[in-house]
Design a protein. Structure first.
Length: 277
């Protein structure tokens, strides 16, 4: 049987697994489903149409499934889905999807959202993502698996952050962040590969060295599209390189583009000025 504090308020079509815990003064209102072993803290608000998986931790003050912060939204069909083993620390906010996009804000498995982080409407957050304190995703953002977003970083709407990428704290993300890459800055700049994350996640030395080679080839190129074609031809059989190339192609076709490595850009300019450069 679920353990529900007597001051909690539950209204609507609510389905609780038998060992769910709900803390004091929490409010659950709407169509809500919560899986086994999940613990809801005190003063948590869950609204509208929300599914939360098993063994999650929803800490004090979180607000999940409230209306999108968008003037066009009517909010009739929007939904939030949260996977298993995911942690939302104090005062995390997750808005439901809009009826003019995919009607869904989704968070994967084994995600860690630190205090005061925010996930806006229609975002898609993959497995094993970490968002540090007060990190913010604008609407329609897609974050691939194993990405890390530093504290107080802000991601502009519609941007994408690739798998195993790292966004530094206090960064402003106004372009796509390719997989495996580190970025930082008020307007983000690429800072090389996120090799620490790759090693921690058991990437082979050969794959890491190949990704370094591909990164330099792409960022040192005068013509990005030509460099992508060459990399795809030479190394496209490697799944990590293939994902890297496809991600950047999509960024170019969308018009957002990718974070620039200004250090390699300056090196490219110096090489062009030297004889036989």
């Amino acid at each position: 049987m679920a353990k529900i504090h007597p001051t909690a308020i539950l209204e609507g079509d609510i389905e609780l697994a038998e060992d769910v815990e709900i803390g004091a003064f929490s409010i659950l209102r709407g169509r809500i489903k919560i899986g086994r072993g999940t613990k809801i803290g005190n003063r948590v608000s869950i609204f509208h149409n929300v599914e939360i998986g098993s063994n999650c931790e929803i800490h004090d003050g979180c607000v999940i499934g409230d209306a999108p912060q968008h003037l066009r939204d009517r909010g009739e069909k929007g939904k939030v889905i949260i996977g298993n083993n995911t942690i939302l620390r104090e005062y995390v906010t997750v808005n439901r999807g809009t009826d003019f996009d995919r009607n869904l804000t989704s968070i994967g498995n084994n995600v860690f959202l630190m205090a005061y982080s925010h996930i806006a409407h229609d975002c898609e957050v993959g497995d094993y993502v970490v968002m540090a304190n007060a990190a913010t995703l604008g609407g329609h953002v897609k974050v691939e698996h194993h990405a890390f977003i530093g504290g107080l970083a802000a991601v502009q709407q519609w941007c994408r952050i690739g798998a195993y990428a790292m966004v530094g704290g206090l960064s402003g993300v106004n372009k796509d962040v390719p997989p495996y890459v580190k970025v930082a800055g008020h307007h983000i700049e690429a800072k090389g590969l996120n090799t620490i994350a790759l090693r921690r996640n058991n990437f082979s030395k050969e794959d890491i060295e190949l990704l370094k080679k591909v990164y330099k080839k792409i960022y040192l190129s005068d013509t990005l599209s030509k460099a992508l074609e060459e990399v795809e031809h030479l190394y496209g059989d490697n799944p990590h390189v293939k994902h890297f190339v496809e991600f950047i192609k999509q960024s170019l076709s969308s018009g957002r583009g990718i974070a620039v490595d200004k250090t390699l850009r300056k090196l490219r300019q110096r090489l062009k000025k030297t004889p036989n450069g």
